[in-house]
Write a protein that binds this ligand. Structure first.
Ligand SMILES: O=C(O)CCC(=O)C(=O)O
Ligand SMILES: [Fe+2]
Length: 476
């Protein structure tokens, strides 16, 4: 794809409610579909159903094997879900994009759009922080916020009941466990996945949630897929407003449980035929919660630290890349080499990321500044989804003035038996100037590069000097 061709290919649609999603069009007019890559698709996945009033064995099965289950007997009034979906439709599907974009909490696409990358989530929505609800204005958005507050109270109840049940067998320290779920400070995302003219596009790219647990209410239209046994499997919606909810375990549940529980990798397929609405609630630990577990392969870390790392990754790459980095997983007693780490230099006037991690991941692309990353990528990367031998590593040092450093990193995916290779181009003072990117594991090849800002010529120059047979293209 020629640099800048995304903007020429921006989606043109007669529907004024639809955000200007770019199409993935090649120069010759054909459409590419890199997001699908070579991960096989399996049949619809059968999920265990957990009864919230008697979780029992089904909960253990859902948490340990899959990281996702259906939830019955949840006590969320059907009429409340129905009103919330109806109001979501009115505020998202029946309002022009130009009005929506001015509303607080509105987002669309992926923040990485400002980096002009190809893959853009085909989704829009409202992000509602449940912990700091202000009096709602007398507008359609105000109605949405009022309903979200009522729905959020149910979600907090559901999350607390589930957490207590799933924490019981873990033998957690009582003081620590009390910090592991701040259910009232969770947030709700009201999503609309508009109909998408391009086959195979993703409404939301593959990821794991950073939460302890997430509760998804899919409207009648499906689209959620989970990665299981090396394949993407469809998850059928519950029976609309009256049916079951879906619960995903997130990274924090996996870390808290010392990997006994599974943070499920999932994504949302966009549909050509029907638009989709979903209500997603996310519950996190308290910021000061220290996540640690006896004999676990993670060093103790606070949730705030984890969130900061996710934010830094998103700032650097446009998406959560915990699972595409070397994890800093250390066995107890393993020493880190003591070479002093230079203080990161910050470029003038370029603020630290302040967005909430999940907010940043899916926030308004236009609220993110294109340009070079100015923070050194932190060596404190945690990845509950990574199986990684304990490593002794040297802390990273920036290249000398005038040099570009290329970090090479490969990852092996135990489940799918695939490999991913990534390059990261860095200059002094430790700014990321470009990186390779594979949204899903592929056989060893680097399929494309992103350059930060307009400076992709520097990555090209470096690649020209490397005998880089696996690189194929560079795009801004
Ligand atoms: O819309 C959905 O069903 C899932 C959304 C999701 O996975 C997320 O927001 O993390
Ligand atoms: Fe998710």
């Amino acid at each position: 794809m020629a640099p800048g061709s995304e903007s020429q290919a921006a989606a043109t649609t007669a529907d004024p409610s639809c955000p200007p999603f770019p199409l993935l069009e090649e120069e010759d007019g054909s459409h590419i579909n890199e997001q699908e890559q070579e991960v096989p698709r399996g049949a619809e996945l059968e999920l265990p159903t957990v009864d919230l009033e008697a979780p029992g064995e089904a909960l253990a099965a859902g948490c340990r094997g899959l990281g996702v289950f259906r939830l019955a007997n949840h006590g969320v009034p059907a009429a409340l879900s129905a009103s919330l979906f109806a109001t979501a439709r009115a505020t998202l599907a029946e309002a022009p994009f130009s009005d929506k974009r001015a509303q607080p909490g509105y987002f669309w696409g992926t923040p990485a759009l400002s980096l002009r990358v190809r893959d853009v989530n085909w989704v829009e929505g409202f992000h509602i922080a449940l912990g700091d609800q202000q009096p709602a204005p007398a507008t359609p958005l105000g109605d949405l916020l009022d309903l979200a507050a009522e729905y959020g109270a149910h979600m907090a109840r559901v999350a607390r009941t589930l957490f207590d049940a799933l924490a019981a067998p873990l033998d957690l320290d009582a003081g620590q466990a009390a910090t592991y779920l701040a259910e009232r400070d969770g947030f709700l995302r009201v999503y609309r996945y508009p109909r998408c003219p391009e086959p195979g596009r993703l409404g939301m790219e593959a990821h794991t949630d950073s939460s302890v647990l997430s509760v998804i209410n899919q409207h009648a239209v499906g689209g959620l897929q989970v990665h299981h046994d090396g394949a993407w499997r469809d998850v059928a919606p519950g029976a609309g407003e009256t049916g079951t909810l879906l619960v995903n375990l997130g990274d924090m549940a996996q870390a808290i449980s010392g990997d006994a529980y599974c943070s499920v990798r999932h994504r949302v397929a966009a549909s050509q035929a029907a638009e989709r609405l979903s209500l997603c609630y996310f519950a996190f630990p308290r910021d000061d919660a220290v996540i640690s577990c006896a004999g676990g392969r993670y060093r103790p870390f606070t949730y705030a630290e984890f969130r900061e790392q996710v934010q830094a990754d998103i700032k650097a790459t446009g998406s959560k890349v915990l699972d595409a980095r070397v994890t800093n997983t250390r066995a107890p007693g393993t020493e880190i080499a003591t070479e002093p780490e230079p203080e990161p230099e910050e470029a003038d006037g370029d603020p630290e990321p302040t967005e909430d991690a999940e907010e940043a991941e899916k926030g308004d692309p236009e609220s993110f500044q294109a340009g070079r990353r100015t923070r050194r990528p932190s060596s404190r990367v945690y990845g509950p989804n990574w199986v990684c031998d304990p490593v002794i590593y040297k802390q990273w040092a920036p290249p000398p003035e005038g040099w570009v450093k290329v970090n090479v990193d490969t990852a092996l995916f135990a489940e799918s038996k695939k490999m991913e290779a990534n390059l990261l181009f860095l200059d002094t003072p430790a700014g990321v100037i470009g990186f390779s990117y594979n949204p899903t594991p592929t056989p060893p090849r680097i399929s494309r590069y992103r350059a930060m800002g307009e400076d992709c010529s520097r990555c090209t120059a470096v690649l020209d000097q490397l005998d880089c047979t696996i690189g194929t293209d560079i795009c801004t």
